[in-house]
Design a binder for this molecule. Structure first.
Ligand code: OSB
Ligand code: MG
Length: 369
């Protein structure tokens, strides 16, 4: 196969509900949408879901634009390849920049799946026909606001809720939610906001009493030893997100005992190819996996649904319905969740139509290659 031309669009979408984490706050997102064309008129779509600022990871929308347009697309266009894993060899020399790579990698996979007449899920080796979605809820102004959000989403049938926490917003909100939702599959995500100070460790240890499914990324990304030390003293499984950008990070974390659960994000790991490799490696060592999200628009969301269909994804994923995030999504049909269950598309390629008119309407900037 050969990509003969490409386009990249910088698109802004308003969130239906403002989202706050320990590190940043957002009411809209700007993602890059990549379309790859082959000589037979097929199109492959991928999404770069980088946050605008460098608060989740080092990348930003601007760095992704730069790396994609200056290095990744020029390295791909015009080369011959048989399989997506071969196509991504073209940018093996580019260090880091996983969000930028992930959008091009996913576009390569959807183009290849379309050419094979296979769904993205089948192309990846997915076995599930439906995946279970949870929701991730941000830090709210008050506990009452948070309880209202939990009610809204559990009433809609989502079986798992993740709460963002930060020092000063941890035991109290968790206690309040647990009091009203005794049996809910509940977990927390700190986005690395805690240190190993006595005060912070006391709060994290206190969370051990609330039957949480996991505590996600309590410490800074590089602090694998700290995560191992904490895991040795609490029963609640630790889940890593930001700490694991490569399969090598995962192997180190497993060896150190820093995690029992892995949040696999297609974006954070540089695409479907490395995300699938991380899935295989985690399952081999009995690490539970689920798919995290970055508030993707429909194209990135469809890639997340496809990877979540691999057999090892045994916990609910952050692949909530399009409507949880956006008034109107850029794909049709939109992603829908029925009591938290999302059907895995069976149509060739992405399995959704891409609404190019809506993309054009919300596009800030486009570039052709
Ligand atoms: O840490 O998982 C995270 C969103 C932006 C940045 C980081 C994270 C998140 C989420 C949202 O939790 C997951 C989603 O619903 O897409
Ligand atoms: Mg996280």
């Amino acid at each position: 196969m050969r990509v003969v031309s490409a386009r990249m669009h910088r698109v802004r979408q308003q969130l239906v509900h403002e989202f706050r984490t320990s590190s940043h706050q957002k009411s809209y997102l700007e993602h890059l949408l990549i379309e790859l064309h082959d000589a037979d008129g097929r199109v492959g779509w991928g999404e770069v879901a980088s946050p605008s600022g460098p608060y989740y990871c080092a990348e930003t929308t601007d760095t992704c634009w730069q790396i994609t347009s200056q290095y990744l697309l020029p390295a791909l266009i015009g080369t011959d390849w048989e399989h997506p894993e071969q196509a991504v060899e073209n940018w093996r020399r580019v260090r880091g920049n996983e969000f930028a790579k992930s959008g091009v990698d996913a576009a390569v996979w959807t183009l290849w799946a379309a050419a094979q007449g296979m769904s993205l899920s089948a192309a990846l080796g997915g076995t599930r026909r439906e995946v279970v979605a949870g929701v991730s809820l941000g830090i709210e102004p008050t506990i009452d606001d948070l309880l209202e959000q939990v009610r809204l989403h559990t009433d809609a049938g989502y079986p798992r809720v993740k709460l963002k926490i930060a020092p000063g917003w941890d035991v109290e909100p968790v206690q309040a939610v647990r009091k009203e939702f005794a049996d809910l599959d509940l977990h927390v995500d700190a986005n690395g906001a805690y240190s190993e100070s006595t005060e912070h460790l006391a709060a994290l240890t206190a969370l051990d009493d609330y039957g949480l499914t996991m505590i996600e990324q309590p410490f800074a990304p590089r602090n694998l030893l700290g995560h191992a030390r904490l895991q040795a003293t609490i029963d609640t499984p630790i889940c890593l997100d930001e700490s694991v950008e490569t399969v090598h990070d995962l192997e180190t974390a497993i060896e150190l005992g820093s995690l029992r659960v892995l949040n696999i994000k297609v974006s954070r790991m540089g695409g479907l190819t490395p995300a699938r490799a991380a899935h295989d490696r985690a399952v081999q060592d009995g690490i539970k996996v689920w798919c995290g999200g970055m508030h993707e628009f429909g194209i990135g969301r469809a890639a997340n649904v496809a990877i979540s269909s691999l057999p090892g994804f045994s916990l609910p994923s952050d692949v909530s319905a399009s409507a949880k995030y956006y008034a109107r999504d850029i794909i049709s049909p939109e992603v829908v969740a029925d009591r938290g269950v999302v059907r895995v598309p069976t149509g060739a390629g992405l399995g959704h139509e891409v609404d190019t008119a809506l993309i054009a309407e919300h596009s800030i900037e486009s570039i052709s290659f």
